[in-house]
Design a protein around this ligand. Structure first.
Ligand SMILES: CC(C)(COP(=O)(O)OP(=O)(O)OC[C@H]1O[C@@H](n2cnc3c(N)ncnc32)[C@H](O)[C@@H]1OP(=O)(O)O)[C@@H](O)C(=O)NCCC(=O)NCCS
Length: 319
């Protein structure tokens, strides 16, 4: 009934329309992605990653569903790809999702990938679809929201540390130390996920900031400095055109600096800065894996509250 067409620049508005329609249906009240955000995401090269995309077209040519596959190319993650699929609510259970998955699996095979991951609201149709199509649930997590106005920022600076903050690319003199701190992120609990390892150096952290800037996103970072070292950091992104919600990116404290309250303090500093710099931003969204109890305690203390539940699914592509 449906035929698969490759995503081309001319088809991006149709692609966006499906994503916005399904998001409005599945996640009522959530900010909807704008056409500009989707276009930037689909056409701007990621950090060591590329995207392939497809549409499932009905006989009249209307798009019933869409899929994008992100292919990671960095050393340590070249086995991995990440899928998103969205099918219009009134077109579900007609095989469009399965056709889109087939296209993605075929490309993943051509690219020599071992694992395909994807996130779905849990419970929800995505969870049922993943279970029916052979994915394993490898990580469960909560999506948390912080009301910026009510965050508890009364957190003392841990002794011996100083906050440094920057918007966009890391200042040159901090780039090496920041890359070292970024590598500590590889400790993050990823459940049963075959996620691989991301290696950071000064060039790669600069490139990441450039990728976000090319998309028009605002990247804010607060780090804890002790001497020459950055003991930890937290990052927030405000996507281009976003007026209400900021997204939490990485937060990490290097193993030898854990246990001094740096995580809570860094995040509180960030929210204070956000209030001052971007007063329109009313909320911050973060994901918290269920097996990351320390991060959950920090988030709860700051005032984050449960918003919804999701899971990460994984399909093994080679037997
Ligand atoms: C998940 C989604 C893409 C499925 O699209 P779809 O076109 O309905 O999928 P298919 O028709 O190919 O379904 C294939 C099988 O998955 C299972 N399935 C899909 N949706 C289901 C549901 N709501 N309840 C139970 N089983 C379901 C069924 O086994 C189905 O086969 P069947 O209809 O013959 O019983 C669609 O529901 C969607 O867009 N959801 C929101 C976004 C999302 O969660 N995406 C997945 C994240 S990667």
């Amino acid at each position: 009934m449906y035929r698969i067409a490759a995503l081309t620049p001319e088809r991006i508005p149709a692609w966006h329309e499906v994503v916005a329609t399904t998001a409005a249906h599945d996640l009522p009240g959530e900010p909807l992605p704008t056409l500009e955000q989707v276009r930037a995401q689909l056409t701007t090269a990621g950090l060591n990653s590329r995207r392939a995309g497809w549409l499932a077209l009905a006989p009249g040519g209307d798009a019933a569903g869409v899929a994008a596959l992100r292919l990671f190319d960095a050393e340590g993650q070249s086995h991995l790809c990440e899928l998103e699929v969205h099918v219009r609510p009134e077109r579900r259970r007609e095989g469009a999702g399965s056709l889109l998955l087939e296209a993605a699996v075929s490309t993943a095979g051509d690219e020599g990938r071992r694992s395909m991951i994807g996130v779905a609201a849990d419970p929800g149709p995505g969870t049922e679809f993943c279970a029916a199509r052979g994915f394993d649930r490898v990580l469960t997590f909560s999506n948390l929201l912080l009301d910026v106005a009510f965050a508890d920022l009364d957190v003392a600076t841990p002794e011996g540390y100083e906050a440094v903050m920057w918007q966009g690319t890391v200042p040159g003199e901090l780039a090496e130390a920041f890359a070292v701190a970024k590598n500590a992120m590889n400790d993050m609990p990823t459940g049963e996920m075959d996620y691989g390892v991301q290696r950071w150096d000064a060039d790669r952290v600069r490139t990441m900031a450039e990728v976000l800037a090319d998309r028009g996103d605002t990247l804010m970072t607060v780090a804890a400095r002790r001497g020459e070292e950055l003991a930890g950091f937290t990052e927030i992104v405000i996507r281009a055109g976003e007026t209400r919600r900021a997204l939490q990116y990485d937060t990490v404290v290097a193993p030898e600096h854990r246990g001094h309250g740096l995580g809570l303090w860094l995040k509180a500093e960030m929210v204070g800065w956000l209030r001052a710099e971007h007063p329109g931003i009313a909320e911050v969204e973060t994901d918290n894996a269920d097996d990351n109890a320390h991060m959950l305690a920090v988030n709860n203390k700051l005032g984050f509250r449960l918003h919804r539940r999701s899971s990460e699914f994984q399909l093994s592509l080679r037997s």
